[in-house]
Design a protein around this ligand. Structure first.
Ligand code: ZN
Length: 497
């Protein structure tokens, strides 16, 4: 990793010396008076002084010194610590076409900046940011600013840059050790099952691979087979910068929004190399999740449809720890039944490719806030709280489903409830309720009550593994229908399949 950083530093230094390819960074003077000098050091002649809040662009660097051009076209060197980055706004990288016969490209975001070059009508420019009305644009040959009114959105797809992408492979052994190093003497990190997709970071007798959860390790090359497909990253934070190099000191070349999917091309420690419309760059891995997709069906793997890839489900097993919830006459505790159902549901969802976040996986009692936070912190697509019912009169029985205030909750509730009542218990309907999780969760949320522990017939079913499995499958099928239906609605502009 250090070698690579050294390479990047050397590359950046070379760039400054030989060309104007340095990305001009809009900045502002943050001292009252700043000397503009003829060279990078105290010994160089003072050309003038710049007042606080003077807007300029940084076009080069030498040690602590920055080569700048001011908005009225003056250029020189200033001490870098007296600058702060200006009000540059990142933007989703996109292409625009020049809409006037000749368009001046300037060194900074203003009429006063020197002209770098002139772009011709129809020329395609890559937008990497903006400062007010000015767009930060670049081509393969130059970088600069143009006034936004003189370009239009380019409909032709941007040329793809030469990319050494990451290959995908599938595990062919029924169980394969992922190890910490290249050899059987290294400890096992985890066990991979047949059909698991991995991204191959480096191939060899021991290939370095990455799992979809980001874990990196080594596997014997004999037990994986290359498959077609695409390894991507999905942006998890509201906005994540793509930088020219693997570190925060590198300039930002694009900003990607939550949910965007970008081609994954490699890794450098905590930094993930990506290829977007803005070109090759690096993003901090902690704000991303990986998505591996291959159209090839795994050979001899069990026929699980992984059509929930990319979806996130938060599951809450109600009660727990000091709070057992309802207790049946046969001794069955609601908290235990809920957890058993939740863990089984997790398995079904994970097998289908979904990412599952549990509020608890043991007999503990998280607060309601902590349970809700599991859905929110992980940006879950849905939140499903699993309960079972109780009532003072033992003859009351049946299935009841509650839905939250967030849009989509009712449809999710109906999808699950319809399948639950198909198991044969009395249909007690789908309802709203004043429960905390239903009122405050901002993702589609339901709370299911599959059966009544206080009813002897229902309680007997809840003690039956076979019934539990069917109830869990009903939850799974309803959640799946909701997630897939929603995805298709957005793609097909309203047509609900
Ligand atoms: Zn309960």
């Amino acid at each position: 990793m250090h070698k690579r950083i050294a390479f990047w530093l050397a590359f950046m230094a070379l760039t400054i010396l030989v060309s104007s390819a340095w990305a001009a960074t809009p900045s502002i003077v943050n001292v009252n008076l700043l000397n503009l000098r003829s060279g990078p050091g105290q010994s160089f002649r003072v050309l003038g002084t710049l007042g606080r809040n003077t807007a300029l662009v940084v076009v080069g660097a030498s040690g602590e010194w920055r080569q700048v051009v001011t908005s009225d076209g003056k250029s020189g060197w200033v001490f870098g610590q007296h600058l702060v980055e200006g009000p540059r706004l990142g933007t989703v990288a996109r292409a625009v076409a020049v809409d006037v016969a000749r368009l001046n490209v300037r060194q900074g975001p203003g009429m006063g900046y020197p002209i770098v070059t002139v772009a011709e009508r129809g020329q395609s420019l890559r937008v990497t940011g903006n400062v007010g009305e000015w767009l930060e644009v670049q081509t393969a040959d130059w970088q600069g600013y143009v006034y936004g009114d003189f370009v239009t959105e380019d409909r032709t797809p941007p040329k793809s840059t030469a990319t050494t992408g990451v290959s995908l492979a599938r595990v062919t052994a029924s169980a394969l050790n992922l190890r910490a190093g290249e050899g059987t003497e290294f400890p096992v990190i985890t066990l991979l099952t047949q059909g698991t997709l991995v991204a191959v970071l480096a191939s060899g007798p021991w290939s370095q691979v990455m799992l979809e959860n980001g874990t990196v390790g080594f596997v014997s090359e004999s037990y994986i087979a290359m498959v077609s497909g695409q390894a991507s990253v999905r942006v998890d934070a509201s906005a994540v910068n793509q930088r020219r190099g693997p570190g925060t000191s590198f300039p930002v070349i694009a900003t990607h929004r939550a949910g965007q999917v970008i081609a994954f091309t490699g890794r450098d420690g905590d930094w993930v190399r990506v290829s977007s419309a803005a070109g090759e760059g690096y993003m901090l891995g902690s704000f991303l999740s990986f998505v591996f997709l291959s159209p090839e069906v795994p050979a001899q793997a069990r026929p699980v449809q992984r059509d929930l890839l990319g979806f996130r489900v938060a599951i809450d097993a109600g009660h727990g720890g000091s709070d057992p919830g309802a207790i049946a006459a046969n001794g069955l505790r609601e908290s235990d039944v809920n957890l058993r159902m939740a863990l089984k549901l997790r398995t079904l969802l994970q097998d289908a490719g979904a990412e599952v976040y549990m509020t608890r996986t043991a007999d503990v009692r998280p607060t309601l806030e902590a349970r809700i936070a599991v859905a929110h912190d992980n940006q879950a697509d849905v939140f499903v709280s699993i309960h079972n019912n109780a009532f003072p009169l033992t003859e009351v029985s049946g299935t009841k489903t509650f839905f939250g205030v967030t849009p989509g909750s009712l449809r999710l509730g109906q999808a699950v409830h319809r399948r639950l009542v198909a198991l044969g218990l009395r249909d007690r309907g789908v309802h709203s309720a004043n429960f905390r999780v239903l009122q405050t969760t901002v993702v589609p949320t339901i709370l299911t009550e599959t059966a009544f522990l206080t009813n002897p017939g229902d309680a007997a079913l809840l003690a039956d593994e076979n019934f539990i499995n069917r109830a869990v499958e009903a939850h799974f099928a309803g959640i799946r229908e909701f997630l897939l239906g929603r995805g298709q609605i957005s793609l097909r502009t309203g047509a609900n399949p």
